[in-house]
Design a protein around this ligand. Structure first.
Ligand SMILES: [Zn+2]
Length: 409
């Protein structure tokens, strides 16, 4: 007896395996999603007695506790104490730090200008046969509304621990310049004074800037100078926790946000990469940005990446990397690795994707598995979350404003 066919033309004997296969695919996709998110999470912090050549978040965290023991706005006595401490730490590591006492100024929209007296802490780790300079930057001032443990004591502490680890091994080929800037929160004025007035900034170089917009989560390399193919290749090779997306870079390029990195790249002609962690944003620029809230795993990932990149770029020929490259790369994290390809492949890959989906539609229809309207409906469903998500966010905000009227401007 021939197999009974259901009204949709599928052999009834094939229905259950089809459903089972569908379930397996859904579970597989769910599993992959969970694995992808898990692979982004920062590692455990290394202990205080980790090998001297390694980065230890426990050692770095001791700096965070000191720097962020109180609010330390640019120009305050508290920040002067932080600066003295940073000079002492770098001196203990065998460097000869100098404080750049200067004034920085930045123009803002609608004819506004901001100025600040700044005190940048600058120190050089001399290279053996320099091809250029690698700059490691973070800002030592906090906002006036909190002690800035994550923003940016974490960045400063990561640099101190990175420099300590570097001094335990053979000197690098290139000069490494540590620039701990002042008055980032007010006007990026420390970076401005460095770029405009410091002799070490004249020849430019490659900069790795460390920032934060939260208190935990994976450090994300979210911003690059133009023509980033060479630098992102180095990042993919040398960063042990490579979380980065070229999509974020494109989005950030059209946003008006700025950090010290903006000044160094746009005004100073530097090339480089900018990294920040953004989870736990509720603590950002608030009295809750205290050391206890900073995730030490995040600090470990930040330091591992910075140390890895410092060793990589410290030994490369910086000549080509210190100039904007010819092309940007496309990249995104997949299961702990950074997938990367040239921008030239983006359109061919997109076209191939469209062709593959088109072929699938033809095959599905020929086999009588789905009609064209059903397939089109399924495809249209994919757009629904894109529309619903922002609408839901707006609706939830209205609801929040009802419950907490103080949140509305
Ligand atoms: Zn900051």
């Amino acid at each position: 007896m021939p197999p009974q066919r259901s009204s949709r033309g599928t052999p009834s004997a094939g229905r259950l395996p089809g459903r089972a296969a569908g379930l397996v695919v859904v579970l597989l996709l769910l599993g992959l999603s969970v694995w992808s998110v898990a692979s982004l999470q920062p590692p455990d912090p290394a202990p205080a007695d980790a090998p001297a050549a390694d980065f230890s978040a426990t050692r770095a965290f001791a700096h965070v506790e000191q720097i962020a023991s109180e609010t330390h706005v640019a120009g305050s006595a508290a920040n002067d104490r932080v600066i003295e401490r940073l000079v002492g730490e770098l001196t203990d590591l065998g460097l000869e730090p100098r404080v750049q006492n200067s004034v920085g100024a930045r123009a803002y929209g609608s004819g506004e200008a901001r100025m600040a007296r700044v005190r940048n802490v600058v120190a050089v780790l001399p290279g053996t046969d320099p091809t250029g300079r690698l700059f490691l930057t973070a800002h030592h001032d906090s906002v006036e509304t909190g002690p800035g443990a994550a923003d940016d004591a974490a960045g400063v502490a990561a640099l101190l621990e990175t420099v300590r680890a570097l001094t335990t091994a053979e000197p690098l080929r290139n000069d490494v310049v540590v620039v701990l800037t002042d008055a980032e929160e007010d006007c990026l004025c420390g970076a401005d004074a460095f770029v405009e007035l410091h002799p070490l900034a004249v020849a430019g170089g490659v900069v790795l800037n460390l920032e934060s917009r939260g208190t935990r989560g994976p450090p994300i390399m979210f911003e690059t100078s133009r023509g980033n193919a060479g630098l992102t290749e180095a990042f993919a090779t040398a960063a042990p926790h490579p979380v980065a997306s070229s999509f974020a870079v494109e989005v950030y390029r059209v946003l008006p946000n700025s950090t010290d990195f903006t000044v160094l790249v746009d005004d100073g002609g530097f090339t480089g990469l900018n990294t920040a962690f953004i989870d736990g944003a509720a603590g950002y620029h608030t009295p809750q940005d205290v050391p206890g809230r900073l995730d030490r795993g995040t600090l470990q990932a930040l330091g591992d990446n910075t140390l890895g990149m410092a060793r990589e770029l410290g030994n490369r020929d910086l000549g080509p990397l210190a100039q904007p490259g010819a092309a940007d790369a496309t990249y995104f994290p997949v299961l702990g690795e950074l997938v990367r390809y040239s921008d030239g492949l983006v359109r061919p890959l997109a076209a191939a994707g469209v062709v593959a989906v088109g072929l699938l539609v033809v095959v599905v229809r020929r086999r009588g598995l789905s009609s064209l309207p059903t397939t089109a409906g399924g495809a249209a469903l994919a757009v629904v979350p894109l529309v619903l998500a922002p609408l839901a966010a707006m609706g939830l905000w209205e609801l929040l404003a009802l419950i907490r009227p103080g949140y509305t401007p």
